[in-house]
Design a protein around this ligand. Structure first.
Ligand SMILES: [Ca+2]
Length: 151
């Protein structure tokens, strides 16, 4: 064993910071079980109350699913129809999901008066995905929605 040798210190390497991956930007999106002509689901989240989504006619139930790209707490939804339309009721149930796969009921099916807006409330949830199931409309045999607002 050598004595008196000065141990060589190995410099501690500076750790290379691991870059934090930037998640892809999420843009709120909407899909529906069906749509009529050009009245697609995207029309219900375009910020224009005059443009609307309409499902296939005479084919209830129909679903409208929103990925809101957010997990902030919400306690309800506002449903809107074009302001020039007559008042009507649509029967709607709401489900929520964190992953878009597993769903839980937030609001049981209920008749929502839309003139030209109506609201559905439910216990506070942070669900990122919201799904509306339409089963009736007093004015037209289809689901109709011109703007969906998360409250
Ligand atoms: Ca719209």
């Amino acid at each position: 064993m050598l004595t008196g040798a000065t141990p060589t210190t190995t410099p501690t390497p500076t750790p290379t910071p691991t870059p934090t991956p930037t998640p892809p930007a999420c843009t709120p999106s909407a899909t529906a079980s069906s749509s009529t002509q050009t009245y697609t689901a995207a029309n219900a989240i375009d910020g224009n109350q005059a443009s609307y989504w309409e499902s296939a006619n005479n084919a209830f139930p129909q679903t409208f699913t929103l990925d809101r790209c957010s997990t902030t707490a919400t306690t309800g939804l506002r449903l809107a129809l074009p302001p020039t339309w007559g008042a009507r009721n649509e029967t709607v149930a709401v489900q929520g999901s964190a992953d878009g796969v597993n769903w839980t009921q937030l609001a049981a099916a209920q008749s929502v008066a839309i003139a030209p807006t109506g609201t559905i409330t439910f216990p506070s949830t942070t669900a990122r995905h919201l799904r509306l199931t339409f089963t009736a409309n007093t004015a037209w045999p289809a689901a109709q929605l011109s703007e969906l607002t998360v409250l």
